[in-house]
Design a binder for this molecule. Sequence first.
Ligand code: C5P
Length: 221
Amino acid sequence: TADADLAGRHVVVSAGGTREPIDPVRFLGNRSSGKQGYALARTAAARGARVTLVSANAALPDPAGVDVVHVGTAVQLREAVLKAAADADAVVMAAAVADFRPAEYATGKIKKRDDKADPTITLVRNPDILAEISADRARPGQVVVGFAAETDDVLANGRTKLERKGCDLLVVNEVGERKTFGSEENEAVVLGADGSETPVPYGPKEGLADVVWDLVQERLV
Ligand code: C5P
């Protein structure tokens, strides 16, 4: 990897997992630690890029030399990513974005009461930010990267998802015991819209991040 091969580039990385509030004390969340997204932000900065990291609820220190925007929900993450993407050369959506959010937010804590029926939480769909950015590129030649966690038929499901989302690259993780969530290490296959398939062996999240930036770099115009 050449040292400053991303110099003069602006890249946007989303990381962490969104939290969708139910009431003032509860939310719907997921197990994303943010470590892969933070590794992507750090490695891009080390390779000379200007980096905007849109971070959702990651319990990690802001990386040095990176612009960090902290968000909570999918709707907030969308706003921040779209804003930063306006002049970006590449957008990498490593965040685990909730597919659904509660239709209504209860302004007071939902209480259990014997004289009342058990509460029901109705969910509505969140916007698919990756699909939206891919369909509507803020600048020509912008490279868009998505992530997918799959438990079975990893490659076939990944290929279908890549096509559905319309991104240039899709990093497909096999979700398993010691892999992916909260771990320091990862194993993945990076699928390209051009049909390419790049396996990344089990190793530190920085290693996968560097492979992603190599593949992005090749696609930048
Ligand atoms: O559809 P699925 O959630 O498996 O897709 C994962 C990819 O899509 C990730 O890159 C994630 O950041 C992105 N995503 C998104 N908006 C959503 C859901 C997922 O951008 N509402």
